[in-house]
Design a protein around this ligand. Sequence first.
Ligand code: GLV
Length: 296
Amino acid sequence: MRILLYRPDSEAQAWTADFSKMLPEADITQWREGASDKLPPCDYAVVWAPPAAMLRELAEVKAIFHTGAGVDALLKFGDALPAHVPIVRLGDAGMGVQMAEYVLHAVLRYFRRFDDYEAQARKGEWTPLPQHRKENFSIGVLGMGVLGSRVLDALGPGVQCFSGTTELETFLRGSRVLVNMLPLTPETSNLLDRSRLSALPHQAYVINVARGAHIAEPDLLTLIKSGHIAGATLDVFRNEPLPVQHPFWQEPRITITPHISATTLRQESVAQIAGKIRDLQAGRTIADVVDRSRGY
Ligand code: GLV
């Protein structure tokens, strides 16, 4: 069986070595843009940020494995993607625990007012502040996929579920902390605009670990400056890396991290994809096949 691997970073060699270990029966070929006009024939493709020209040539493969959780960067190619080839995303593969750590940290930092204490400490100020109360501190997690569910487990019991756009406003009104974990699709793009962010309670806190395009960035900034939203921890942005002139950098109530809330772990991912390839070879169905009509 032949696997074609594409990554634009310097990791391709390490991925190839891991695949050779996990699937000794497979032939692993790396492909680089400009390396040759034609793709070598293959049964499966394992890709990260591939060019559209490569995807067009994958019409004969049995599956395209995307080495990330969100597939928006792949689906945006639309017709360049062979319509009948299954696209498979990662299912957790070590991301759930990373997301849980990140979100828990951000929630506790706000809940226990470490952000305020950091600001005070920089001024040499020693002032105990009133504590937030748990009963006024509902956490709303938008998105109940594999990763969202793992984060909910980490946050503790007492989960109430809302669904669809009709219940969104009620959900937002009750969320003192909003954690965005939605997939990016045409329906969810710009979902958190000025009116939806304004529906959050006074002094709400926003955590975004999904995609920057879910949030209308100028609206979030305006609502933070006006004091309606207390602050935000943002791991994802419309343009990444976040441009140096972006006003978020100048806002002390916004904590910025460089898209690291859950990174792809190579060994876990290779083990998962190898298992799925074995299942497909044996005629078994696999999880995490993207439903293109839903967009995730
Ligand atoms: C990272 O953002 C991913 O989708 O894997």
